[in-house]
Ligand binder design. Structure first.
Ligand SMILES: Cc1cc2nc3c(=O)[nH]c(=O)nc-3n(C[C@H](O)[C@H](O)[C@H](O)COP(=O)(O)O)c2cc1C
Length: 360
């Protein structure tokens, strides 16, 4: 269960009956637009050419917490049925773990009782539940004027240019605001697909209009909560904020963001810290980058071990896999950021409400 005031937990398996999410702490009175939720789930299908051939229905069914079109304040449970499932192949490879996937560690951790079909609970399909929870989080944030947007920063070694926040938010391209480089990214994904291989990339996510004061030090740290949420997304191997690892190469005089007054508001001239100081939002855009590894399931032969015979062997996968999961991951990353920020918004509002009762 992630979050304090806004919490969610995922359930289901890739080839089980359903995948779903339980969300607790959503305030009452939020109008629920099922079409908007479905549109977010559609985005999670990524770019057709590079996505799994699985014809996922992704039709969300709300089981509780919504009445007469509005949230009630009670726990919200939403499921998606798994319809297009073929598990036969996973019986063949259950003793030969796919390199880079969770097959081996899941088998050890669950003493072999885990549902290994299609990656079970570790499947990327579970991220549909994150996107559903994210839909509610985005609705909460919208009330405070907070917007979240993720885009593809790089695919393999192909990198988008650094664009302004305005250019990123106003772009019509829902995958990458740098149109020219996006074509090269598509070519890179196509090359990997043709090679029977896969490719990874970096997603940048930005939150606008977050007021100063979300988060706190140590276990309340906004960076810590966001990092944990991003790392919980399958295939994430790196997270950085603002200048990230590059900041270590600078002098303090170069790294510090000078405070300035613009239109009567306290801001910083640069945003090397990515909108967070002392674990607390400073009112600037919150900027994070998340590195995704290449999809572990590839069609090229790979070395593995037969876990029954304890013998080295080779695995050559057949089945339906994404050659690049980065485009699919955009709404998932946005949702994780929205969920953490919505949780912190509710916490911040509770103190703000208390302070309004008077000092001393
Ligand atoms: C949206 C999404 C879709 C994914 N689809 C696949 C896939 O088709 N094939 C695959 O091998 N891994 C896929 N993954 C990645 C695996 O789920 C992940 O690599 C695996 O669970 C191992 O976890 P780890 O990479 O975090 O260590 C996907 C991940 C995400 C976020």
């Amino acid at each position: 269960m992630m979050g304090r005031m806004l919490r969610f937990s995922l359930f289901g398996e890739s080839h089980g009956r359903v995948v779903g999410v339980l969300i607790e702490g959503v305030p009452p009175g939020i109008k629920v637009n099922l079409e908007k939720m479905k549109a977010e789930l559609e985005r999670r299908k990524g770019i057709k050419r590079f996505s799994t051939k699985r014809r996922e229905s992704d039709k969300p069914v709300i089981l509780s917490g919504v009445f007469n079109g509005f949230t009630t304040g009670s726990p919200i449970a939403v499921i998606i049925e798994n319809k297009d499932v073929d598990s036969s192949y996973y019986e063949e490879i259950k003793n030969t773990p796919r390199p880079g996937h969770s097959d081996y560690t899941a088998k050890i951790k669950y003493f072999g009782f885990n549902d290994y079909r299609g990656g079970g609970f570790f499947s990327g399909r579970l991220t549909a539940g994150i996107v559903i929870a994210g839909y509610f989080a985005k609705e909460i944030l919208a009330k405070a004027g907070i917007e979240v947007k993720a885009y593809i920063k790089s695919i393999g070694k192909v990198k988008a240019r650094n664009l302004s926040v305005e250019e990123i938010f106003s772009s019509k391209n829902s995958f990458c605001p740098d149109e020219e480089v996006f074509q090269k990214m598509l070519e890179e994904m196509e090359r990997a697909r043709k090679d029977g291989d896969s490719v990874g990339g970096i997603v940048e996510v930005i939150a606008l209009n977050v007021p100063p004061g979300f988060g706190g030090p140590y276990d309340e740290d906004l960076e810590g909560d966001l990092a944990k949420a991003f790392f919980a997304i399958p295939a994430v191997k790196g997270v950085e904020f603002g200048l990230g690892f590059k900041i270590a190469e600078l002098r303090g005089s170069e790294a510090n963001d000078p405070f300035v007054v613009k239109d009567g508001k306290i801001m910083t001239e640069t945003n090397n810290c990515g909108g967070i100081l002392g674990g607390i939002s400073n009112g600037m855009p919150i900027v994070a980058r998340i590195a995704f590894k290449p999809t572990p399931s590839i069609y090229k032969p790979q070395r593995t071990v037969d876990l029954e015979k304890i013998e080295e062997t080779e695995i050559k996968l057949r089945g339906r896999f994404d050659s690049c999961i980065v485009p699919k991951a955009l709404p998932v990353v946005e949702s994780m950021m929205a969920l953490v920020l919505a949780d912190h918004l509710l916490r911040w509002l509770s103190w703000k409400g208390f302070m309004s009762l008077g000092k001393g």
